[in-house]
Design a protein around this ligand. Structure first.
Ligand code: PMP
Length: 411
C-alpha cells in the first residue's frame, strides 16, 4: 500500500507516465475524457508488452523449454497479482477477453443448464448490453423470463422495488457495480447479501468499478464478478471472471479445445479444473502480462488515492457543468464514480461530440450500450465525459471553454 496521500502524489508526474496524453488532435492539445470507454496506458504497461514479445514470447503451459516456462510464469503471475488486487484466490479467477466474455461464460455454463420455464432473471434498468443480451439469449433457450428493477430519475436504483422483485422465481440477479452512463455506484454488498439470503445467484458487472476504486470481491459477497482490463490501464482483450468455487467446480466447459482438457479420447474427454477449464485455446498472453503490469501500476498509486483524486476532479466538473445554463446532467446519484452523461438544450449529442473533437476534446456520444436506460430518460443518446486520475483541472476547464464555443457554433 502506498504511504503517500492523494495530496502528496505528484499527479502531473503521474500524467507524464501516459505517452499518448502528450499528443495533439486537430492541432489542439488532446483532452481525453473517454476513459469509461477505454483507459489510456502508462509507459510501464506498454514496455511490459513490448518486452514480452521481444524477450519471452512463447505459448503457455505446452512447452517445457525456457521461453515456455517464462511465458507461463508471466501469465500465471499476472493472474496472481490480479487476484491479490481484487482480494480473491487466483485459482478462482478465469482470465477472459473482458467482461462480455465473462458474462457469456456464466450465461452459457452456469445458467443455460440450470434455468427452467417459469424461472426469472432479474436485471437492473442501468445494465450495459453485455449484462442484458446474454441473459435474453439464455432466457429464449430455457423458457426463463427477464424482470427489470427500475431506477429513479436521479439514476439511483430503487432498492425497495429491487427487494420486492426478488421473488422465489428469481434464480439470478445481474447487477452493475458502477453504471457506465450514470456513474452511479450501487450498494452491491448489501444487495448481494439480500440476494444470497433468498438463494439468488448474483453476477456483478465490475467493468466501471475496477478502474476507479478499491474493489474487494470477497467483501462484496457476490457469486460472480466480471471485469475488463482495458479500462484499468491494461491492454484490450483482457479481463476476468471471478466465481465462487462451488459454482466453478460444477460448471461444464463453455468452449472446447486445447488447454481446457485433462484427457481426450474419441469416446469422450475429461476436463481440467477451473480456472483452466474455461480458458480453451491460446489465451491473450501478452495482454494479460500487460494487465499484470497495470495492476502493479495502480497498486503503486493506491486505488484509494485514485478514488480520492477522481472525486476531486468529478466535483470540479460537476460544479462547472451545473453553472452552465441549458446543460443537464443525467445521473445525479449521491455516490458517483467519475462518469458524467449530459444533454445540452438544442444540440444533438453527436453534433456536440463531433465539434468538441475539433477542439481536441474526446467525449463519447451515443446510447453507451444502454438502450433501456436511454428509453427511460426518453432520449436516443447522451454525451458522456468520463474522467481518470490522469486528467487535470485544467483539462476540465478547457473542456468547458470548448463546450461554450461549440454551443455558440450550434447557435
Ligand atoms: N459493462 C459495462 C458497465 C461497460 O462499461 C462495458 C464497456 N463499455 C462492458 C460491460 C463491456 O466490456 P468489454 O467490451 O470490455 O467486454
Amino acid at each position: 500500500m502506498n504511504a503517500a496521500s492523494p495530496q502528496t502524489i505528484d499527479w502531473t508526474r503521474v500524467r507524464g507516465d501516459f505517452p499518448l496524453l502528450a499528443r495533439q488532435v486537430h492541432g489542439k492539445p488532446l483532452v481525453y475524457l473517454d476513459s469509461a470507454n477505454t483507459g489510456q496506458k502508462p509507459a510501464s504497461v506498454i514496455q511490459c508488452v513490448d518486452d514480452f514479445y521481444r524477450c519471452h514470447n512463447a505459448n503457455v503451459s505446452r512447452a517445457v523449454h525456457a521461453l515456455g516456462n517464462e511465458a507461463t510464469e508471466a501469465y500465471e503471475g499476472a493472474r496472481t497479482r490480479l487476484a491479490r488486487h481484487l482480494n480473491v484466490r487466483a485459482d478462482d479467477l478465469v482470465l477472459t477477453s473482458g467482461t462480455t466474455f465473462a458474462i457469456n461464460l456464466v450465461a452459457y455454463s452456469w445458467a443455460l443448464p440450470r434455468l427452467r420455464p417459469g424461472d426469472v432473471i432479474l436485471l437492473t434498468r442501468m445494465e450495459h448490453h453485455a449484462n442484458i443480451v446474454p441473459w435474453q439469449l439464455v432466457a429464449e433457450r430455457t423458457g426463463a423470463s427477464i424482470r427489470v428493477a427500475e431506477v429513479t430519475a436521479e439514476g439511483v436504483l430503487d432498492l425497495d422495488g429491487l427487494r420486492a422483485a426478488m421473488t422465489s422465481q428469481v434464480k439470478l440477479l445481474g447487477l452493475t457495480h458502477v453504471s457506465n452512463v450514470l456513474g452511479t455506484v450501487n450498494p452491491v454488498r448489501d444487495i448481494c447479501r439480500e440476494a444470497r439470503r433468498r438463494g439468488i445467484v448474483t453476477v456483478v458487472d465490475g467493468s466501471q468499478a475496477v478502474p476507479h476504486m478499491p474493489v474487494d470481491i470477497a467483501a462484496i459477497g457476490c457469486d460472480f464478478y466480471a471485469f475488463t482490463g482495458h479500462k484499468m490501464c491494461g491492454p484490450t482483450g483482457t479481463g476476468g471472471l471471478w466465481g465462487r468455487r462451488e459454482h466453478l467446480d460444477a460448471m461444464p466447459p463453455f468452449l472446447g479445445g486445447g488447454e481446457m482438457i485433462r484427457q481426450v479420447r474419441f469416446e469422450g474427454s475429461t476436463f481440467n479444473d477451473p480456472p483452466h477449464r474455461f480458458e480453451a485455446g491460446t489465451p491473450n498472453i501478452a495482454g494479460h502480462v500487460g494487465l499484470g503490469a497495470a495492476v502493479d501500476y495502480l497498486d503503486a498509486l493506491g486505488m484509494d488515492h485514485i478514488a480520492a483524486r477522481e472525486a476531486d476532479l468529478l466535483s470540479h466538473l460537476t460544479e462547472s457543468m451545473r453553472a452552465e445554463a441549458g446543460v443537464r446532467i443525467i445521473g445525479t446519484a449521491p455516490d458517483k464514480a467519475a462518469v458524467t452523461s449530459f444533454l445540452v438544450d438544442g444540440a444533438h449529442a453527436h453534433d456536440l461530440a463531433t465539434l468538441l473533437d475539433l477542439e481536441g476534446v474526446a467525449v463519447r456520444s451515443g446510447h453507451h450500450c444502454a438502450h433501456p436506460l436511454m428509453d427511460f430518460y426518453g432520449v436516443p443518446a447522451t454525451c458522456r465525459a468520463s474522467i481518470a486520475f490522469y486528467n487535470t483541472h485544467g483539462e476540465i476547464d478547457a473542456f468547458m471553454v470548448a463546450l461554450r464555443k461549440v454551443r455558440r457554433l450550434l447557435g
